[in-house]
Each structure stands twice: as C-alpha cells, then as structure tokens.
Design a protein around this ligand. Structure first.
Ligand code: MLT
Length: 259
C-alpha cells in the first residue's frame, strides 16, 4: 500500500507491505525509501514493512528547517496513522541510524530491536559540521546536482556497476534542494549518540559495507565495542549502501538477526 499523510506541515509519503512483526526502514541522506526495495521484497513474506520517504526526500514534501528529532517525530506520526502502536524493529542506514538513535532515546518503549546500518554514534567535528552548512548554502544556490554527483562517487564499493551508480545519482539529484539543505543542517546539529547506544536494552545488529568510505567499518567496530551483545555483520563488496549493492547478503544478515 502506498499512502501519504500530512504531518506537522508536510505531506509525507510512505508504503506498507506484508503482514507480521513490524519493521520500520529509515533511509539515509539524500536517499529515498527505494533503498529498501530488495530487502522489503523478501521480508514482506513474514513482516509488516513500513517504508517512509523522510521529509524533503523522495516523494515527501520538504520544509525549511528540520532536526533529526523532527524526522523521528514524523515516523511516530506515520506509525500512529497506520495503527502501529506497539514496538517495531528499526532499521536505519546512515542518517537513518541517527534518526533511529533519537527515536530510541525518546520513544524507547516503541522499539523492539535495532539494526544500525552503515552509520555511526559520534557527532560531527566542528569542521565537518561547518562543511555541511557550507554545502547546504551551495545547494540552495545551485541545486542538488553537484551533491548527487559527489555522493555517487563516494557511496559505492569500487566494483559497483555503472547503472547502479547512475540510478542513485538520479534519485539524489531529484531530491529537492530544500530537503537536502535541511538534512545537512539536521545532520550537522545532531548530538553524540554514544550515551543512547550504551543504554540500549534491545537486541542490536550492526551492519557495514566492507568498503564503506563514509561510515567505515571502524565506526561499526567502535559501536560494537560498547555493546558486546550486538552482532556485527561486515558485507563484502559493499560500500555505504549494502541494501542495493549486495541485497542478498544484506537481507540474509537481517534475516539471521530477525530470527
Ligand atoms: C547518509 O548516508 O545518511 C549520510 O552520508 C550521513 C552522513 O554524511 O553523516
């Protein structure tokens, strides 16, 4: 089912597929819900898969200023809309992981388990945050195209197919400048989530592409070091986007965790 709903001033798009224990898939920046298509195609056989486009991404309307907490509140709005009041498993990639940390911190009773995919618990350095704010200004002046072109070179493992890179370059280039800029500010302002990570009481899976250059395997190991009960899965032949680069290995890792 494809649907949209107005939450706090923006028309937000999402889809819901399958029946069973609920999974909430949270994509990264400046991506869209399609990131999860292959995983959802498999997991919908025995799960209720909830796949939003975050505010200002994909088909969801952009608003000017957004925080990571706003994205989490939007997700609560969608869950309420579809009557999913009980605990869900969060699967967050990169910025989706930052959103998941905020969701756990404020809505912990609604979280059954957590899969952290190609993400990190650390906040930005002052330099990194300043760089993001500069990029945000440039996106508002020049559009999303240059971000899409730069990201398309960084997101994937060295052996990635040209058509896959091109598909995602186009998706990113279609992300509205307002949405890209708002996400950059939100990411730059995010807090350190190590305290949230260390306090986690739910089962945790940590996944990372072996060739991820944006949130490298060392970030994943750093998180796992604080959560010895967490399972760490390193996906060979994947960069920052295992769900589309190595969908079978990625979905198999999720399945092992969900079982
Ligand atoms: C993402 O994929 O969501 C972003 O690359 C996250 C980041 O740059 O920190």
């Amino acid at each position: 089912m494809m649907a949209s709903t107005t939450i706090r001033g923006a028309r937000l798009h999402y889809r819901v597929e399958g029946e069973g224990d609920p999974l909430l898939f949270i994509h990264g920046y400046p991506l869209a819900g399609q990131l999860w298509d292959e995983a959802v195609g498999e997991l919908r056989a025995d799960h209720r898969c909830i796949v939003p486009d975050l505010r200002g991404h994909g088909a969801s309307e952009a608003t000017e200023r957004v925080t990571i907490a706003d994205y989490a509140d939007d997700l609560i709005g969608i869950l309420d809309e579809i009557g999913e009041g009980g605990p869900v498993t969060l699967i967050g990639l990169s910025m989706g992981g930052y959103v998941a940390f905020d969701f756990v911190r404020r809505y912990g009773e609604r979280v059954a388990a957590l899969a952290l995919v190609d993400t990190r618990a650390a906040a930005d350095s002052a330099d990194a945050a300043a760089g993001r704010r500069e990029t945000a200004e440039r996106v508002l002046r020049e559009g999303s195209g240059f971000v899409a072109a730069e990201m398309a070179t960084k997101l994937f493992a060295s052996g990635a197919d040209a058509p896959l890179r091109e598909e995602w370059r186009q998706i990113m280039a279609a992300t509205p400048p307002l949405g890209v800029a708002a996400a950059l500010h939100a990411i730059a302002e995010r807090p350190d989530s190590y305290p949230v990570l260390e306090a986690l009481k739910v089962p945790v899976l940590i996944v990372v592409g072996a060739e991820d250059s944006i949130t490298p395997p060392d970030e994943a190991r750093r998180m796992q070091a604080l959560l010895p009960s967490a399972v760490l899965e390193i996906i060979p032949g994947a960069g920052h986007l295992p769900p589309v680069e190595q969908p079978e290995a990625f979905t198999a890792a999720l399945r092992r965790f969900l079982r």
